[in-house]
Every structure is written in structure tokens, then in C-alpha cells.
Ligand binder design. Structure first.
Ligand code: SF4
Length: 205
């Protein structure tokens, strides 16, 4: 599949994550700004971000999700380097001020998190990318990977997908509550333990 087609599929797939201010807005649905969302930085600036999934090929079958294994539709991925290069190119053209990177779970949570970490490592360490990076933590991924990602990203978040263990068991039985709340607790603890570590955010791993 051509790069532009994969880009279209993976930016469209990312719009279901409601973490950005403009996610799911009319403007995005109109198509012209598809793939661009807006978010607030810690110092109150509104930044435009390329919002994209690294892959929509998911091993899980969460009943509420458009990317679940049983759902029909085109499946594709971008390599870490492809996303890094697209991000830098858009940034240099002033289309965006940063990257919002999420992903379905391809292979395993660790493999998925490693791919995302690889992407932002290329951005920060090879391209000296100065833009804003919001990275989703993958439930079930190793804490070391989350920590390394936290050293490079400006912001990390994990989705609370369902309100209770019972609903998680019914609709996403492959996921465990600890896999969702574990990373959140870990990120919170590290933020509280090392504010400077988080504020600097760009220290090479
Ligand atoms: S793990 Fe995430 S991407 Fe995969 S089906 Fe569940 S909610 Fe969707």
C-alpha cells in the first residue's frame, strides 16, 4: 500500500481517541484538516499536532473499538522511521507543532510500545525534533519502556476505556484492570517523584 494511503487510514483511525481538544470536531470530519488535532501545553499554549496511529492491526477484540480483530476494514502500519520523517517534514513546513502518537496493539504490548519509543527516539535523538510530543502508554507494556518514553515525550496518557472491572471483563476480556491502571499509577508516581525529569522531557534515553 502506498505511503499516502497508509497515512490516510492511520490518521483517520486516530480520531477516535478523544484526548485532544479538537478530536472528533466538525473540522476534522470535513476532511481538510484530517489528521491534525489541537492540544494545550503545560504553559497554556494551544498546539497543532499530527494525530496518528502507528498501526491499526490489533491482536485484541475490544467490542467498543473500530480496530478490533473481528472488524472488517483495511489494516496497515507505518514504521517508526516513516512516522518520524513525516512528522519532521510537516513540522518544517509549519503544518504542525508536534506529534500525537497512539497505536493499536500489534504483536504484543511490549512490541507496540517499543515501536512507538523507537519513533520518538529517532525524532529526538536523530532529528533533534523540538516539537511537542504526546504519546499514549500501551496497557500491559513493560515499565522500563514507559519510563524511557516519558524521558522523551512532553506528555503521556493512558485511556480509561471502561468504568468498571465487570464491563472490562464483558467487553474487553483480553485486558486486565491492572494493565490499564498500572501504567497510569506508574506515570503518576514518576511525575510526582521527578517533576524536573518530566518537565525537561527531552533527556536522551
Ligand atoms: S486494544 Fe485498543 S486498538 Fe485494540 S481493539 Fe482494544 S481498544 Fe481497540
Amino acid at each position: 500500500m502506498e505511503l499516502i494511503d497508509r497515512l490516510r487510514i492511520l490518521t483517520a483511525g486516530a480520531r477516535y481517541d478523544a484526548s485532544c481538544v479538537s478530536s472528533g470536531s466538525r473540522r476534522n470530519k470535513a476532511g481538510g484538516s484530517m489528521g491534525i488535532c489541537h492540544s494545550w501545553t503545560e504553559d497554556g499554549r494551544c498546539v497543532s499536532l499530527l494525530k496518528i496511529l502507528q498501526t491499526n492491526e490489533c491482536i485484541y477484540n475490544c467490542q467498543y473499538c473500530v480496530h478490533r480483530t473481528e472488524k472488517d476494514g483495511p489494516r496497515t502500519s507505518l514504521s517508526s522511521r516513516e512516522i518520524a520523517e513525516i512528522t519532521v517534514n510537516f513540522f518544517r513546513r509549519n503544518y504542525i507543532e508536534g506529534l500525537f502518537l497512539s497505536s493499536a496493539v500489534r504483536g504484543s504490548p511490549d512490541q507496540t510500545m517499543e515501536n512507538m519509543l523507537s519513533c520518538i527516539t529517532i525524532l529526538r535523538n536523530e532529528y533533534n525534533f523540538p516539537g511537542y510530543i504526546h504519546l499514549k502508554g500501551i496497557p500491559g507494556a513493560d515499565r522500563i519502556l514507559l519510563k524511557k518514553a516519558g524521558l522523551l515525550a512532553d506528555r503521556m496518557s493512558v485511556n480509561i476505556e471502561l468504568p468498571s472491572s465487570a464491563s472490562l471483563q464483558r467487553l474487553a476480556p483480553q485486558k486486565k484492570p491492572g494493565e490499564i491502571f498500572g501504567p497510569m499509577r506508574f506515570l503518576q508516581e514518576h511525575r510526582e517523584m521527578g517533576g524536573a525529569f518530566w518537565e525537561q522531557g527531552r533527556v536522551p534515553s
